[in-house]
Design a protein around this ligand. Structure first.
Ligand code: HEC
Ligand code: HEC
Length: 349
C-alpha cells in the first residue's frame, strides 16, 4: 500500500541527541540494535484516505459520540478508553446484554503502523473497514448503516462538519465517510516518547542497568524481538505462542489448512504495555509476571507453535530485567491522553 507520511510526530523528536558517544562506561555497544527500534518522525496515511485536519476532527467527534449506538449508551471509547491506553481493563470486551465477547479489546495505539490486516485474527482488511463491525453488531452499538446515516444527517453541526471534511458535492454523510473519518482520527493515536526512546537517541542514563540487561535478553536469549520488532514492537504478523486452545484457532479460521496459522494471533504492540493488563487476545494473563512465566515455560508445545517459542530457563533476575525493560516503553503523557490523545496538530501534507 502506498503511504503518505505526515510529519505529525516530528515535534516529539526535537530532543537534541548529539552523536553516539564512544562508550566510556564499559558497556557493550548496542547502538545498531537500538536503532532498529527508533521512533519514526511521521505517521503513515494511505493514499485512499489521506490526512486532513477537518476529517480527523470529525473522526474524533464521532469516536466519542453515543449517537452511534442504538441505546445511546456506547461509543468507541466505551472499550477503547484513552486514559487506559485505548483499551479497557476487561479480559473480554463487554456485550450490551451483560455477556462478554470472544476477544479482549486491543489497544488502538500505533494502529497507523499496522501493515495489512487488523483484529486479533486478522479479520479486518483495513483500518477503514473495522468500524462497521462494532457499529452494526447487535451485541455492540447495534445500528444499521441506514439508521447511522439518518441519525448523523439529522444533526446540522455534523452535516456542516462532513461538508468541510468531504468537499466536492454529493451527499456528505455516508457510511464510507463515517468510516474514513474514524480511521483518520485513529491514525493519530500514537504513543508518546518513552525513556527507551531517549536511550535510543543516546542518553545512556534514560534507563537503568536492569532495563539494559532486559533489552539484551529481549533481542538475544529470549528471542522476543523475533516478533516484537520495529518501533511499535510488533511485526504485524500472526503466531502461535502456545496460549490458545480448543476452538480458539485464531488466524486459521480463514486458513483452515495451514498448520502455522492454527492458534495464531496478531503480535500486539508493546508500547505502554505495562498499563494495559490483562494480556493476550483472551485476557488470560493478569500481569506481566504471568506473561513472562508463559514465555519462560514456552507455552503449549504443538506443531503450530512458532519456532521462536521454546522454554527459556530464565532466572528470577532475568525475568525481572525483562519486565524492567518493558516498563521503559511507557510514555510520559499517559495522564494527558484523555483530553489530548495526540501531540501538536499535524500539518497538512
Ligand atoms: C464493546 C467494546 C468495543 C467497542 C464499543 C468498540 N470496540 Fe473496537 N474492538 C473491540 C474488540 C473486542 C476488538 C477485537 C476484535 C477482533 O479482533 O475480532 C476490537 C478491535 C478494534 C480495532 C482493531 C485494532 C487492531 O489493532 O487490530 C479497531 C481499529 C477498533 N476496534 C476500532 C473501534 C472503533 C472505531 C469503534 C467505534 C466505532 C470501536 N472499535 C468500538 C472492542 C470494542
Ligand atoms: C513467535 C512470536 C513471538 C515471540 C517470540 C514473542 N512474542 Fe510476545 N506476543 C506474540 C503474540 C502473537 C502475542 C499475542 C498472543 C495472543 O494474544 O494470544 C504476544 C503477546 C505478548 C504480550 C501481551 C501484550 C498484550 O497487549 O496483550 C507481551 C507483554 C509480550 N508478548 C511480550 C513478549 C516478550 C517479553 C517476549 C520474549 C520473552 C515475547 N513476547 C516473545 C508474539 C511473540
Amino acid at each position: 500500500m502506498a503511504r503518505i507520511y505526515v510529519g505529525a510526530i516530528a515535534a516529539f523528536l526535537a530532543i537534541s541527541v548529539g552523536s553516539w558517544a564512544v562508550a566510556t562506561t564499559g558497556e557493550p555497544d548496542r547502538s545498531a540494535k537500538l536503532a532498529e527500534f527508533r521512533r519514526p518522525d511521521a505517521i503513515p496515511f494511505p493514499e485512499e484516505n489521506p490526512y486532513q485536519a477537518a476529517k480527523a476532527e470529525l473522526g474524533r467527534a464521532l469516536f466519542f459520540d453515543p449517537i452511534l449506538s442504538r441505546d445511546g449508551e456506547r461509543t468507541c471509547a466505551t472499550c477503547h478508553i484513552p486514559g487506559q491506553s485505548w483499551t479497557d481493563a476487561n479480559a473480554r470486551a463487554p456485550r450490551n446484554d451483560g455477556g462478554v465477547m470472544e476477544f479482549r479489546t486491543p489497544t488502538l495505539l500505533n494502529a497507523a503502523w499496522t501493515e495489512g490486516t487488523y483484529g486479533w485474527d486478522g479479520k479486518f482488511r483495513s483500518l477503514e473497514v473495522v468500524a462497521r463491525t462494532p457499529l452494526t453488531s447487535p451485541s455492540n452499538m447495534n445500528l444499521t448503516p441506514e439508521e447511522m446515516v439518518r441519525r448523523v444527517s439529522a444533526d446540522s453541526a455534523y452535516v456542516a462538519a462532513f461538508e468541510k471534511a468531504f468537499p466536492g458535492g454529493g451527499s456528505p454523510v455516508t457510511q464510507e465517510h463515517i468510516e474514513q473519518a474514524l480511521a483518520t482520527f485513529q491514525r493519530l493515536i500514537v504513543s508518546g516518547p518513552a525513556p527507551f526512546d531517549r536511550w535510543v537517541e543516546g542518553d545512556a542514563r534514560a534507563v537503568d542497568a536492569a532495563a539494559k540487561r532486559g533489552f539484551d535478553l529481549f533481542v538475544g536469549k529470549a528471542h522476543c524481538s523475533a516478533c516484537h520488532s520495529g518501533w511499535t514492537f510488533s511485526d504485524g504478523s500472526f503466531h502461535d505462542i502456545g496460549v490458545a486452545q480448543g476452538n480458539d484457532i485464531g488466524r486459521a479460521r480463514f486458513f483452515p489448512t495451514s498448520t502455522a496459522l492454527r492458534y495464531a494471533f496478531k503480535t500486539p504492540t508493546l508500547r505502554n504495555v505495562a498499563g494495559r493488563a490483562p494480556y493476550m487476545h483472551d485476557g488470560s494473563r493478569k500481569t506481566l509476571d504471568e506473561v513472562i512465566d508463559l514465555y519462560d515455560r514456552g507455552g503449549i508445545d504443538r506443531p503450530s507453535r512458532s519456532r521462536d517459542i521454546r522454554p527459556l530457563a530464565l532466572s528470577a533476575e532475568e525475568k525481572a530485567d525483562l519486565i524492567a525493560f518493558l516498563k521503559t516503553l511507557d510514555d510520559d503523557r499517559s495522564a494527558d491522553a484523555a483530553s489530548r490523545p495526540f501531540g501538536p496538530e499535524p500539518p497538512e501534507p
